[in-house]
Design a protein around this ligand. Sequence first.
Ligand code: ZN
Length: 291
Amino acid sequence: MLRTLITIIALGLAATAMAQDKPALFATTKVDGTDNVYVFRYGNHQAMFVVTPAGVIATDPIGYGRPQAVTTYIDEIKKVTNQPIKYLIYSHHHFDHIAGGKAFKDAGATVIAHHRAKDRLAFLKDPHTVLPDEVVSDKGRNITLGGTTLELTYHGLNHSDSTLVMRLPKEKIIFVVDTLPVGQVPGRGMIDFHPIEAEEFIKKVLAMDWERLIPGHPGPNDRLGNKQDAQDQLQLLQDASAEMKVMAQAGKCWEPAEKELKLSKYESWPGYAAGLPLIARRYCGLWGRGT
Ligand SMILES: [Zn+2]
């Protein structure tokens, strides 16, 4: 009896300690130095929203497999402002970032995405992902609301074929999802990745005027990215590409090249062990198969 009681107490203490170590399920953070730019994080995904005197511009509902993330997101916006949500902008077409938009649409938001995202979503008919109401052409589009301008631009293939770069010119902030992880080795995102074009994309993004990058997955200690992070990501891809090219042209793809790739320079980065085989596979596809 006593031993059982002690065990229960010990388990309880362990659970409390674990709960304290784990980050909160979600968080809404105002970006330092801005009046109106927020990051909403739920689990390991995050989105940007911008509050203006004429309404809210929201991005990515991040509700794949968890509709409660979307209701939480809308509740969090309501805690900050009583302005209506006017826009919901999809960063790209991947469901882990854009499922759950119906709640935003029901709240009156106009859903906007790159035109290729709409084509793909129309084909896939995912029951949890609403189609965009309006599309952005490859020429891009500006959203202006309550004195805030958000530029939506397309810079070619990179991660997915429908990624929009969202830039707040006044605040010098960009929101780019999945192509530019902050201080992390890319992983599952490599499944839909265009290696050659992605390097060009990153160079184009580096040439734009911005200082801070909000990524679609939180960076180490939730920090935002900067141009050095984008440069580092480009370097990582270039290093991986160069390594795999040699192995692939020596006839080593898929095996043993996939097992032999090492990028020891990035060993200390989060996601290294999990990301390496996915990176190797993608570049084996490129240099070993021509895909
Ligand atoms: Zn993605």
